[in-house]
Design a protein around this ligand. Structure first.
Ligand SMILES: [Mg+2]
Length: 120
């Protein structure tokens, strides 16, 4: 059975890239949220197996959105997707309960490894 992903990213291009990277895998993007606010609102409705979370978005950023989601569902599996991961960003994300990081642009191998670890 496929694993349901809620993708949170304000870029449509990144959605296309993630879809491409996940082609032929067990992962399926079932919902694309374009903002942190939308992600927080839709998470309980979508109830995904995994969330990929952009950090920099207009409005609420990905760290704040991840924190709110994890407060309501401590078992949420969230992987941050980022082009720049500063040490304090990584530290805060880990403190919140985020399960992993993947770099943009996507490396398929790194992506699948991070997803598997987040779901383990
Ligand atoms: Mg962004």
């Amino acid at each position: 059975m496929s694993k349901r992903i809620m993708m949170v990213d304000d870029s449509r291009l990144v959605k296309v890239q993630l879809e491409e990277a996940l082609k032929g895998t067990e992962y399926e993007i079932v919902y694309h949220s374009k903002s942190g606010e939308e992600a927080v609102e839709q998470y309980p409705n979508i109830n995904p197996d995994l969330v990929t979370m952009d950090i920099i978005m207009g409005g609420m950023d990905g760290l704040d959105a991840a924190e709110i989601i994890l407060k309501s569902d401590p078992n949420a599996r969230i992987v941050m997707v980022t082009s720049l991961a500063y040490e304090d960003t990584i530290e805060r994300a880990k403190a919140i309960g985020v399960r992993g990081f993947v770099d943009k642009p996507f490396n398929r191998e790194q992506l699948l490894k991070a997803f598997a670890e987040a779901l383990a």
